[in-house]
Every structure is written in structure tokens, then in C-alpha cells.
Design a protein around this ligand. Structure first.
Ligand code: GDD
Ligand code: MG
Length: 345
């Protein structure tokens, strides 16, 4: 079965990190999330992928290519204009089979695919939506189900007080090709606002399958940050590069650590990074590959992508910096930047 990964959206809520990058290419634990996603699904036996792309698609295509590097095959369905979540699926129709998986590529999750498939086969609906529970369902698609799992209603992003339940669309669907007949071609269609409400009323209907375990939509900086803390605390068991030298201190290959450096767990340091004398790194800190951290630097609760340069004496707290940032000897709190900027002290 093929998996269609939806990765064409604008990612506005994760700006400025996603100003020139598709959201699913944001680094999670020093690697683009989309790579983790492909590898996680490969573990579940999926070998063929279609990625629905639009914005900054070359960033995805140059990195993931035809998938050979990951032991899978990857095809691309390119939209000339953004077609919305259902429009993107319809656009990919020529590349899809009788039954396929659709995944919002910005969600972090893991589930038992074989069990979900058995559920889907037993219900014979046009689609099975994976469901999870959250405290505040208002930023998501909210569903109500019959006892056998048939979805009675689907409402996208309701007001909190109007949400019929806390059960939400986890953003992963097993779909029958038949469902695509209900999506008009060549125009913008939202699966959440148009297609699901329509399919709920169709003869075969659509079903919801609750999943347990970790689930996160990385679509805002607050959630993106929390996701990293959860990864470092091993609440989500993402494969991390480097060696765990002590409890929750992972150090990559070729890392040079100066005199008197203190790592406070949890910390992840990428490959070929240099850390200057007397710096204190952590807790809750990810430093990307090939970064240069000066002497006497203090970093905590911060995520640095690859190739960042932080001058001696800088103090970074609760920051997120995109690739190649240069930071002067400044005290920065809650800064989120992706442009190279020399902040002078
Ligand atoms: N190719 C393509 N074309 N991809 C798109 C388009 C499009 O027009 N629009 C969105 N996407 C991709 C995004 O890149 C993202 O990976 C995914 O589809 C979902 O879009 P988001 O913009 O992140 O949606 P959301 O988080 O507000 O809500 C969706 O996800 C929730 C779960 O995280 C909805 O499906 C909700 O119902 C759901 O609960
Ligand atoms: Mg999202």
C-alpha cells in the first residue's frame, strides 16, 4: 500500500522557521521530520510513497529524491496552485492504488498500522480516520462517533465551547479510491471542511479508529518546542543520532568539547559541532550539526539548527534558531529567528 504525505502547506504558524521551508522539513532532533516519517513508515512495512508538494518543493525533492537512500520509492504530486488537503489528494490520484494511506506530514505519531488496517477492513467504510484525544480540540478537526466507530459528525476547528468531544482527527487516513469520486477535480477542496462532512452522510460512511500513545502536531513554535522536550525526555522514542554518553546526553560524531564544559541533561549535540571552554549547555537543548559555540556560552531550553555560530559569552534561553544563524555575545530570551543576523553585544 502506498502512503501519500501531504507536505504542500504554507506553514504560516511556524514562521519564521518555515519562511523558506516546507513545515515537514523542519528539523526534529537534527533531522528533517519528513525523513523520520518515511523511515518510521518503512518500519511498518510501507515502501512506496507519494509526496504532495507545492511550496519550496525543491527543498524536499533535493533532500529525499527518489527515496533510494532510504530504501523506499518516492514519487511527487506537484500542485501548480495550492489545492487544499482534498485537492492535493485528488491531484495525486493517478499515482495512487485502490487503497492508500494519507498522512498530514506535520504530525508526530506512531501507531500500529496493521491493527488500524484490520479495523478498516472490518468496517468497509470509504475511509478510516485515526483519532486521538486532546485537552483543547479547537485547533483541530473534531469528531463524534457511533459505538461501532462510524463517524456521526466532523467539524473542523470549532469554538472550544462548541466542540462536540475531545476526540480529534489525528491527520492520518486509510482511504479507498472510491472516496476520491466525492472530491471535485481542478479546484481548491478542503478534506476537513468539505469532503469529510459529505462522506459522513454517504452510504458506506467513514470510521474513526482511536490510537494510543504520543501524538503532536508541530504546527506552532510552542508545540514545536514542546515536541523537542518530549523527544529528549523519551516521551516520543525518536531515533537520535550520536551516542548517549550519560543519561539523556547524546553527543554526535566528531564533536569537539573544550575545557570545563558542562552538559546538563537532556542535551543533544549534532555531528562535527565545537563547544568552547567553560560553556554550559542544557537542560533541554538541541545543538545541530556543524555548529560553532564559543567559550563561556550559556544555552538552555533552546534549539539550534545546523551550522549556527554562537560567539563567546552569549546566553540563549528558550530560543529557536534556523540553519546558519550567527549570534553575537548577547543575552537572548525566547528569540525565534531563521535569518543570519549578527546580534552585537
Ligand atoms: N499538498 C498540499 N496542498 N498540502 C497541504 C495543503 C495543500 O493545499 N494544505 C495543507 N497541506 C498539508 C500541510 O503541509 C500539512 O502537512 C498538512 O497538509 C495539514 O495542514 P495543516 O495546515 O497543518 O492543518 P492543521 O494542522 O491546521 O489541521 C489539520 O491537521 C489536524 C491534525 O494535526 C486538519 O486535518 C485537522 O482536522 C487535524 O485535526
Ligand atoms: Mg498541522
Amino acid at each position: 500500500m502506498k502512503a501519500l504525505l501531504l507536505a504542500g502547506g504554507l506553514g504560516t504558524r511556524l514562521r519564521p522557521l518555515t519562511e523558506h521551508l516546507p513545515k515537514p522539513m523542519a528539523l526534529v532532533g537534527n533531522r528533517p521530520w519528513l525523513e523520520h516519517l518515511v523511515l518510521n513508515y518503512r518500519e511498518q512495512g510501507i515502501r512506496e510513497f507519494v509526496i504532495a508538494v507545492k511550496h519550496y518543493r525543491e527543498r524536499i525533492q533535493s533532500r529525499l529524491g527518489d527515496g533510494a537512500r532510504f530504501g523506499v520509492s518516492i514519487q511527487y504530486a506537484v500542485e501548480k496552485e495550492l489545492l487544499g488537503t482534498a485537492g492535493a489528494i485528488k491531484n495525486a490520484e493517478p499515482l495512487l492504488g485502490e487503497r492508500f494511506l494519507v498522512v498530514n506530514a506535520d504530525i508526530i505519531h506512531r501507531f500500529d498500522f496493521a491493527a488500524a488496517l484490520r479495523f478498516h477492513e472490518s468496517r468497509r467504510g470509504l475511509a478510516t480516520l485515526l483519532l486521538t484525544e486532546v485537552e483543547d480540540p479547537s485547533p483541530y478537526g473534531v469528531v463524534e462517533c457511533e459505538p461501532d466507530g462510524r463517524i456521526r459528525s466532523f467539524v473542523e476547528k470549532p469554538k472550544r465551547e462548541e466542540a462536540p468531544s475531545n476526540r480529534i482527527n489525528a491527520g492520518v487516513y486509510i482511504m479507498e479510491r472510491e472516496a476520491l469520486k466525492h472530491i471535485p477535480a481542478g479546484r481548491v477542496v478542503s478534506i476537513e471542511k468539505e469532503t469529510f462532512p459529505l462522506l459522513v452522510r454517504s452510504e458506506n460512511g467513514i470510521y474513526g479508529y482511536p490510537i494510543d500513545g504520543y501524538w503532536m502536531d508541530m504546527g506552532t513554535t510552542a508545540r514545536y518546542r514542546q515536541l523537542h522536550w518530549d523527544v529528549l525526555d523519551r516521551r516520543f522514542p525518536l531515533a537520535l543520532g550520536g551516542k548517549e554518553i550519560r543519561d539523556r546526553i547524546w553527543i554526535g560524531e566528531g564533536v569537539q568539547v573544550g575545557q570545563g564544559v558542562l552538559f546538563m541533561p537532556p542535551v543533544l549535540i549534532g555531528d562535527n559541532t565545537t563547544i568552547g571552554d567553560r560553556s554550559i549547555v542544557g537542560p533541554y537543548t538541541v545543538v545541530g550539526d556543524s555548529c560553532r559555540i564559543g567559550s563561556g556560552v550559556r544555552i538552555s531550553h533552546t534549539i539550534l539548527w545546523e551550522r549556527c555560530k554562537v560567539r563567546g559569552g552569549a546566553q540563549l534561553h528558550q530560543c529557536i534558531f534556523g540553519s546558519g544563524m550567527r549570534v553575537g555575545p548577547h543575552i537572548l530570551h525566547e528569540a525565534v529567528c531563521n535569518r543570519t543576523l549578527e546580534v552585537r553585544g
